[in-house]
Design a protein around this ligand. Structure first.
Ligand SMILES: CC(=O)SCCNC(=O)CCNC(=O)[C@H](O)C(C)(C)COP(=O)(O)OP(=O)(O)OC[C@H]1O[C@@H](n2cnc3c(N)ncnc32)[C@H](O)[C@@H]1OP(=O)(O)O
Ligand SMILES: O=C([O-])CC(=O)C(=O)O
Length: 372
């Protein structure tokens, strides 16, 4: 058996054409993330990830139409949330359930061929936005808002969440955030999705499993924890003491560090600039100043740099998005990548089944319960 590498660090577990990280550069199907973030729509990126090429105008319109047509939810998808104390259910818990529950309403859920996979892909990508928005509104006792024709995916999500159309600037910023979070090679949730479907289980199983993995604070759940930390710090003058205490206690600081990037996350610069702008515009400059100060301290004292989750927190906060929706929003974007990897796994599958090194007791003999 090969040697154990804790956390599978550095282990190449699959080949992929979906995205790559080489020399701290992130590309989606060969396109640099900077190029896409500055020029593309999230819908184009979805198509790119699923088909490894950019869509023609006709293909793009077709995808937009299909996404819109599938965004409306069967009311039973969210009415059941009224039965629970929704304020005690984390929206990622709600989303994990909802992704699984979606299969109950898909007549082709058990069909296993390329056309059925693409049909599920569209349904899941379209409905994930509506699900997160519906959960947020149901728990506030508000009416669920139906999507609006001819809005972009980014604008429609914000429209369904807030009940009003975003400004062009908000839409542009949110579109960029969706692109930046869409895929990231073999991160924990994507690996989870691939493992789940490598048994030839269906796409709903894959995205449900992946959502469970994304929820954890070492992965997608970090963005919510960043905002918790910023709230606890409160003012710029308390930042140094707060962070020093965490360092002394050997606590992890959320939004920093990365398994692959050791010279910085290329997505963070966009989110930092967005954070600078939007905190300024909304009169919350100090939140940005605290963030920058945390980054300075961690760079100096621990050599740690911000990851994608750090500045996204203040961006979403400044857009008036509730903090526990940050990770579900990450999922709204990342579903596109999970699906791309699931399709790729189906296309050239072998069950993912590594080995474990046994380190427990050996040569034990059963003792009857009366003698123990
Ligand atoms: C979308 C995403 O998933 S991005 C990541 C989001 N997660 C976070 O922001 C949570 C905070 N960060 C972390 O926990 C880690 O950096 C991870 C999970 C991202 C990567 O983990 P790993 O690759 O296993 O790195 P590991 O945890 O071994 O860190 C290496 C060293 O840096 C330290 N370190 C890494 N990240 C941090 C951090 N955020 N705060 C403090 N110390 C840290 C570790 O304590 C460790 O130090 P040691 O060698 O003295 O024990
Ligand atoms: O790649 C990782 O380990 C985590 C990450 O940044 C992501 O999933 O976007």
């Amino acid at each position: 058996m090969s040697e154990l590498t804790k956390g599978l660090e550095g282990i190449v577990a699959t080949q992929t054409k979906v995205s790559s990280i080489v020399d701290d550069q992130l590309t989606y199907a060969g396109y640099e993330i900077d190029d896409l973030t500055e020029n593309a729509s999230f819908e184009e990126v979805i198509f790119l990830l699923w088909h490894f090429r950019l869509p023609t105008a006709g293909e793009l319109q077709n995808l937009k139409d299909q996404l819109f047509d599938n965004m409306v939810l069967n009311p039973r998808m969210y009415s059941h949330f009224e039965d629970y104390a929704t304020d005690q259910i984390h929206p990622m818990t709600g989303l994990r359930t909802s992704l699984s529950y979606l299969a109950h309403f898909d007549p082709r859920a058990e069909e296993f061929n390329e056309a059925a996979h693409l049909n599920k892909a569209i349904r899941i990508q379209a409905k994930v936005a509506s699900l997160v928005a519906a959960f947020a509104r149901v728990r506030q006792g508000k009416e669920v808002v139906k999507p609006k024709k001819d809005l972009s995916y980014a604008a429609n999500f914000l429209y369904m969440l807030f009940g009003e159309e975003p400004t062009p600037l908000q839409e542009e910023g949110f579109n960029k955030a969706l692109i930046l979070h869409a895929d990231h090679e073999l991160n924990a949730s994507t690996f989870t999705a691939r493992v789940a479907v490598s048994t030839l289980s269906d796409m709903y199983s894959g995205v449900t499993a992946a959502a469970g993995a994304l929820k954890g604070p070492l992965h997608g759940g970090a963005n919510e924890q960043v905002m918790k930390m910023l709230t606890e710090i409160g003012t710029l003058d308390k930042t140094d003491e707060y962070i020093q205490k965490k360092i002394d206690n050997k606590e992890k600081i959320m939004g920093f560090g990365h398994r692959v990037y050791k010279n910085g996350d290329p997505r963070a610069k966009y989110l930092k600039e967005m954070s600078r702008k939007i905190t300024d515009e909304t009169g919350q400059k100090e939140l940005f100043e605290i963030s920058v100060r945390i980054a300075e301290i961690l760079k100096e004292k621990k050599g740690l740099l911000p990851n994608v989750d750090f500045y996204s927190a203040t961006v979403y906060h400044s857009m008036n998005i509730e903090h526990d929706l940050f990770t579900p929003i990450f999922a709204v974007s990342r579903v596109s990548g999970w699906i791309a990897h699931i399709l790729e796994q189906y296309a050239d599958n072998r069950i993912i089944r590594p080995r474990a090194e046994y380190v427990g007791d050996v040569h034990r003999k059963y003792v009857p319960v009366s003698e123990r």
